[in-house]
Design a protein around this ligand. Structure first.
Ligand SMILES: Cc1cc2nc3c(=O)[nH]c(=O)nc-3n(C[C@H](O)[C@H](O)[C@H](O)COP(=O)(O)OP(=O)(O)OC[C@H]3O[C@@H](n4cnc5c(N)ncnc54)[C@H](O)[C@@H]3O)c2cc1C
Length: 402
């Protein structure tokens, strides 16, 4: 039998799985990473807002983020990163979730108990404490805020992708520019991956790390996962008012913003965005340029008005560039689907990150590699993210999706 693991998709997840497989001394196999577009032009990993938080409603996500944080602080502890690794640029500016209703405040309190229990350092601030800490914030309508004291912030997403890719290569992974377009099935197993240019490649396992193409790839193997690619627009702007100690803010409207880069004498740059409600959330398709265009109206009609009313100093801004990228949304519960597909024991799903995948790439790669090599999770238990919950209709709903 072949000892080759084929990974479809060579961005953050594919590179992380590859690196962690090869870093495991018990692996004893080879890894082929198949990436259809090595420029990563349309990859979520390259178009990400690259931020990390501990503020989730599900314990497994807090644990994955705590691991992501440890990795971002010191990647060399986990993988061979070389003598001159790309700087990951972690800025621990915190997240700040705001609540203006009793329901919202109750959710912040409930989540806070879980987050603290998992070891995250998150503080609850009433309106007076919010006004004292963030004097530029309009707090008149607020009941509570939830603020990451440490361990939350933003980083250089492209550098993380390059670091993971570099580690995988250093450990011996082969990256090829090609596309997985089919499979050979033998009973309850995949025995080969069919590549567009190279034809069939025998393999012992396949990992679907195809991001927004992940559901289509799984469908080629007869597996239907409830994951759809959704367009997300990110808008940059600058303000002459630097907003001291500005965290990544999630307003009561759901609009988010964070600083981008260092403050300069002439002001500061920010990025911002908003996720439309599910009923009005357009799909993203790599094959349809119109579906990938920035939704400029969103900035004028939703994002900026919400920010200007929450932060009066942002009534005057200078709009900058914007971009759109794909969220691979798990429509069932907004959480990743990790591990074997139903009825295909060596086809591993690694999909549906619903907008929080980049920070989880180190932990998901480590966990999935353990599952493939040892048949079980050893350091990070990701069993809650298995496909079984989807089949049995036991959704693991993540409430904090941005
Ligand atoms: C606008 C935006 C903001 C975000 N903000 C954050 C954030 O702040 N924090 C965070 O943690 N996450 C964030 N995310 C989500 C995060 O970026 C993604 O969850 C993560 O990067 C997914 O990584 P991936 O490797 O699974 O997929 P991708 O990066 O999308 O990579 C998939 C790769 O697979 C390749 N591929 C597809 N099909 C095939 C095939 N058949 N054969 C071979 N190759 C194939 C593609 O070319 C692509 O390179 C954001 C995403 C977007 C779009």
């Amino acid at each position: 039998m072949s000892n080759l693991v084929v990974i479809a998709g060579g961005a953050a997840m594919g590179s992380s799985v590859a690196a962690h497989l090869l870093a495991d001394p018990d692996f004893g196999g080879r890894v082929l990473v198949v990436e259809k577009d090595p420029s990563y032009r349309l990859a979520g990993s390259a178009l990400s807002a690259a931020s990390i938080r501990q503020q989730y409603s599900q314990a497994v996500n807090v644990r994955l983020s705590l691991h992501g944080l440890a990795f971002l602080r010191d990647p060399g502890r986990f993988l061979p990163v070389g003598e001159d690794p790309p700087a990951l640029g972690l800025r621990e500016g915190g997240y700040l979730y705001l609540a203006g209703t009793e329901t919202g405040a109750g959710a912040l309190r409930r989540n806070n108990a879980l987050q603290r229990q998992e070891g995250a350092e998150i503080a609850l601030l009433d309106a007076a404490a919010l006004a004292a800490r963030f004097p530029w914030l309009e707090t008149g309508d607020l009941l509570l805020g939830s603020h990451g004291v440490t361990g939350e912030g933003w980083f250089d997403g492209w550098a993380l992708l390059q670091l993971l890719r570099g580690a995988a290569r250093r450990l011996g992974a082969t990256f090829v520019a090609d596309e997985v377009v089919g499979f050979r099935r033998e009973g309850g197993r995949i025995s080969g991956a069919v590549l567009k240019e190279r034809g069939e490649v025998p393999c012992r396992a396949l990992v679907d790390c195809a991001g927004s193409g992940g559901a289509a790839l799984a469908r080629l193997a007869g597996i239907d996962i409830p994951v759809r690619a959704k367009r997300r627009s990110v808008f940059s702007f600058s303000s002459r008012n630097p907003l001291p100690r500005c965290p990544l803010l999630i307003d009561t409207t759901g609009v988010w913003m964070r600083p981008d880069g260092e403050p300069r004498p002439e002001g500061r740059s920010f990025i911002a965005g908003w996720s439309p409600p599910a009923a009005a959330d357009p799909d993203w398709s790599d094959d349809d340029p119109a579906s990938r265009e920035v939704d400029w109206e969103l900035f004028e009609e939703v994002v900026w008005p919400a920010l200007a009313s929450r932060i009066p100093a942002l009534a005057e801004i200078r709009p900058g560039r914007a971009w759109a990228g794909p969220y691979d949304m798990n429509l069932a519960d907004h959480n990743a689907v990790i591990g074997p597909a139903p009825g295909l024991e060596n086809f591993h799903l690694c999909n549906g990150f619903s907008g929080h995948g980049l920070q989880h790439a180190p932990g998901i790669g480590r966990g999935l590699a353990e599952l493939i090599v040892h048949g079980r999770f050893r350091t990070l238990d990701l069993s809650a993210l298995g496909f079984l919950r989807i089949i049995e209709n036991r959704p693991l709903v993540e409430d904090n999706v941005i």
